[in-house]
Design a protein around this ligand. Structure first.
Ligand SMILES: *[C@@H]1O[C@H](CO)[C@@H](O)[C@H](O)[C@H]1NC(C)=O
Ligand SMILES: *[C@@H]1O[C@H](CO)[C@@H](O)[C@H](O)[C@H]1NC(C)=O
Ligand SMILES: *[C@@H]1O[C@H](CO)[C@@H](O)[C@H](O)[C@H]1NC(C)=O
Ligand SMILES: *[C@@H]1O[C@H](CO)[C@@H](O)[C@H](O)[C@H]1NC(C)=O
Ligand SMILES: *[C@@H]1O[C@H](CO)[C@@H](O)[C@H](O)[C@H]1NC(C)=O
Ligand SMILES: *[C@@H]1O[C@H](CO)[C@@H](O)[C@H](O)[C@H]1NC(C)=O
Ligand SMILES: *[C@@H]1O[C@H](CO)[C@@H](O)[C@H](O)[C@H]1NC(C)=O
Ligand SMILES: *[C@@H]1O[C@H](CO)[C@@H](O)[C@H](O)[C@H]1NC(C)=O
Length: 708
């Protein structure tokens, strides 16, 4: 009996809560005042309300919210007109003008917001059942609507288009514009961006190319929207489905102040909201959450935790996004500065430039001391291995630290010998010890004043212009990997261009392949090392670099036969995130090693280097230079034919293996090397592996194989 009474009464209570004196439209010259709690527009079904909402002490914003609070006194705001310019709690109002304009005035005088609309005919303002505030004229034309200028929330049926963005609020209780944005980028991809002191994109994962993140760059319509069942789709092919997909559920897609975008749902009006989807599962991957000079770590069951770097203290206890400030005074005294090792920490953002304390003790022939440039060596991120990644993920420390710190901790000392212009001539004994001729220049051996042996490359005068030279040098100067040649310095004056590298005792792979000295073990190690060097170029450097001329002449070998990829004269940085570098105007590379993309004028991606690398592998295995032809066929074609003729793997390997190896090789590894080489030289660039996949395939084999 008691139950039925309650059931009877409930609908009445509900009904009365929004059938009281609410306003369903504004028309003529009228206004809503901040001072009257009843001055609220309500949608016909009562779900949404619009009016002045308190955002601070005596500060109000005109907002749209769900009429039913999610908890006592807490409203779910879905839109705000003047989020960055709240108005006074007295005499402020939103008014509809006869001219067709809607304005918000602060304390009766100052206009802080307006729709900037005009109309000849009469207009009215109303709140649609889907939460859209619409200014319409009597002919039914929409002059303005809130759906066209979202704040941080997207409602079902509301389009996110190319001219719109969602901007997070500043913090939990502060509704003004914050640091995070959801928007369509120039390449048509929907992204999340942190626009704090540094501007960085963090979703989709910036480590991935668009297509690797399953995003398409081809559809330029740039539209995304959430349907009322909980399915979101974007024109870049990104889609997701709510965990509680279905009807009769209220939903909002909100870019929260912490930089994560979440889909919230609730089944009943008075319920709290539950998260039914979110973009980022690891909160520390969101850039800037902990602010500059701090470390973000993830603690299971607790969540994100921010802490300051050693020597720094929090700037504002109530707001981590402001980060930490240094507590020490910066000095440049050698004995007081140094580096601090931070374990299991990952950095985000860009390098301003990183430098080892690199000394430079020579000057050049034809170059006065003023034009000798010291290279800015880059700080490099070392390849994390799988176990480290595991530690990073699960040992709670996924950190992000503002890079500026290293700058502060670092001091740089230059030593130049100013008046020894003849030194380089002396070092190279008058450019007499020629050790090689590479693309566009002759290389000489020389000894520097500090007894280091150097390779000095004198570029042909006509070969490179100043700009190209600068490009090569700045590219190389930023790279630092054990499998890349280390450049010590350079010099440019007038027509003269000199590059100074570390001298490589064993010359190039090309020379070693033509002599008899390169056994199987060394060949395999060179294959792995070269792959690592290229993988670093493609995937780990902050500036993506394509080599574009991978060939045995450009793989140098040090005293231990460690390969060093050299000659980046033809490369240029590929902007990270751009799918292909359309800036290549000339065909680059060397006949025989060049990928088909060059010939067919297709987009040039890192896969051109993968192709050339595959050719180098084939050459190392077969001893045959791909620029030559065998039985009137290209080497690849010849290899593939042999493969088809043979009945089993080992027999065709015998047919094509370099006779110089005299049958001494590890069968298992040879097979994997072949397999990798053939994958790399696939005509379709999408079928080729990436260089890091190559490294993985080769190393995996290294662990598994047994010597035959
Ligand atoms: C919200 O944040 C902005 C920007 O930091 C600040 O200027 C404003 O005073 C804050 N508002 C409130 C109510 O705390
Ligand atoms: C709003 O909700 C928060 C928790 O989400 C709670 O701490 C706060 O007290 C609520 N505000 C009011 C006015 O009840
Ligand atoms: C987009 O997705 C559809 C179906 O999910 C697929 O057929 C299509 O190839 C994708 N487009 C791109 C460019 O990835
Ligand atoms: C581009 O995306 C829109 C919206 O998702 C879709 O309607 C349209 O068919 C797409 N165009 C192409 C060429 O795929
Ligand atoms: C830094 O320098 C300021 C002024 O020179 C001085 O007052 C302060 O004590 C110094 N702080 C430290 C940590 O040395
Ligand atoms: C660093 O060296 C200077 C003189 O070279 C000396 O005065 C100072 O005490 C030293 N500082 C430390 C921390 O050792
Ligand atoms: C850096 O400089 C110091 C002092 O000159 C020297 O002892 C140290 O070996 C140098 N480190 C490197 C990596 O060159
Ligand atoms: C090295 O860095 C300095 C200062 O950041 C800059 O002026 C100079 O041009 C850089 N040199 C090269 C070769 O990039």
């Amino acid at each position: 009996m008691a139950i039925s009474i309650i059931l009877l009464f409930l609908p009445l209570i509900f009904f009365s809560s929004f059938s009281s004196s609410t306003i369903d439209r504004l028309s003529g010259a009228s206004s809503l005042s901040v001072e009257h709690a009843d001055d609220v527009l309500t949608s016909p079904d009562g779900v949404f309300s619009a009016g002045f909402f308190p955002v601070g002490d005596n500060a109000y914003c005109f907002a749209i919210w769900f009429s039913e609070p999610y908890s006592e006194g807490n409203r779910t705001i879905v839109w705000m007109a003047n989020r960055d310019e709240p108005v006074n709690g007295r005499k402020s109002e939103l008014s509809l003008r006869k001219s067709g304009n809607v304005i918000i005035t602060d304390a009766g005088r100052l206009t802080v917001w307006s729709t900037d609309t005009v109309s000849e005919s009469s207009v009215f303002l109303y709140l649609h059942e889907n939460g859209n505030l619409i200014l319409q004229n009597s002919e039914g034309g929409v002059l303005w609507q809130s759906f066209d200028s979202p704040t941080d929330t997207l409602l079902p049926q509301q389009l996110l288009t190319k001219d719109m963005q969602l901007v997070s609020s500043r913090s939990q209780g502060n509704y003004s514009s914050g640091f995070y944005k959801l928007y369509f980028d120039n390449d048509n991809v929907l992204r999340l961006l942190y626009g704090g002191p540094e501007i960085t994109v963090y979703w989709p994962d910036p480590e991935l190319m668009s297509w690797e993140a399953s995003r398409s760059t081809f559809n330029s319509s740039r539209i995304a929207f959430l349907d009322s069942l909980g399915y979101f789709s974007s024109s870049d092919n990104f889609t997701f489905m709510s965990a509680d997909y279905g009807e009769r559920v209220q939903r909002i897609l909100k870019l929260d102040f912490d930089g994560n975008i979440r889909l919230y749902s609730r089944k009943y009006r008075m319920d709290k909201w539950t998260v039914s989807w979110q973009a980022m599962s690891q909160p520390c991957r969101i850039h800037g959450t902990c602010g500059p000079n701090s470390i973000c770590s993830y603690v299971p069951h607790f969540g994100r935790k921010c802490s300051c770097l050693p020597g720094f203290k929090i700037r504002d206890r109530t707001d981590w996004s402001l980060g930490c400030v240094q507590e020490f005074n910066l000095t440049c005294t050698r004995n007081e500065t140094g580096f601090l090792k931070l374990s299991n920490v990952e950095f985000f953002g860009y390098d301003y430039g990183f430098f080892a304390n690199y000394t430079f003790g020579i000057n050049w022939l034809d170059c006065s001391s003023t034009v000798v440039k010291q290279l800015n060596r880059t700080y490099t991120k070392h390849q994390e291995n799988a176990s480290l990644k595991f530690v990073v993920r699960f040992a709670m420390v996924v950190g992000s630290v503002e890079l500026g710190v290293i700058f502060i901790l670092w001091c740089f000392f230059i030593r130049t010998h100013r008046n020894s212009s003849a030194e380089l001539k002396k070092a190279t004994q008058g450019f007499s010890k020629e050790i090689g001729r590479g693309a566009g220049g002759v290389v000489y051996r020389g000894m520097l004043s500090d007894h280091r042996i150097a390779a000095v490359k004198r570029l042909n005068d006509a070969y490179q212009g100043e700009a190209e030279f600068q490009a090569e040098v700045s590219t190389i100067g930023k790279l630092n990997h054990m499998n890349l040649t280390e450049m010590w310095g350079y010099c440019a004056e007038g027509k003269h261009r000199l590059l100074v590298y570390k001298y490589m005792e064993h010359g190039s792979l090309a020379e070693q392949l033509s002599s008899n000295s390169l056994g199987w073990e060394k060949r395999f190690d060179i294959a792995v090392g070269t792959a690592k060097g290229l993988a670093y170029l493609h995937e780990e450097c902050l500036e993506w670099v394509l080599h574009c001329d991978v060939k045995p002449q450009n793989i140098l070998l040090d005293s231990n036969y460690q390969p060093k990829v050299s000659d980046f004269g033809l490369s240029r940085p590929l902007k990270r995130g751009s799918q292909a570098n359309k800036g290549f105007s000339k065909i680059r590379g060397t006949r025989g090693y060049m990928a088909p993309e060059w010939v067919f004028n297709l987009p040039i991606t890192s896969k051109v280097d993968v192709y050339s690398y595959g050719m180098v592998l084939l050459e190392m295995i077969s001893g045959k230079c791909p620029a030559e032809e065998i039985e009137n066929r290209r080497v690849v074609t010849w290899v593939r034919e042999k493969m088809k003729q043979a009945t089993e793997m080992s027999s065709w390997i015998e047919m094509i293996i370099d006779p110089k190896l005299e049958g001494k090789y590890d069968k298992g590894r040879m097979e994997i090397l072949f397999e990798v080489a053939l994958k790399c030289v696939a005509e379709d660039r999408d079928a080729r592996p990436t260089m890091s996949q190559v490294v993985e395939m080769l190393l995996h084999q290294e662990n598994d194989s047994e010597l035959v």
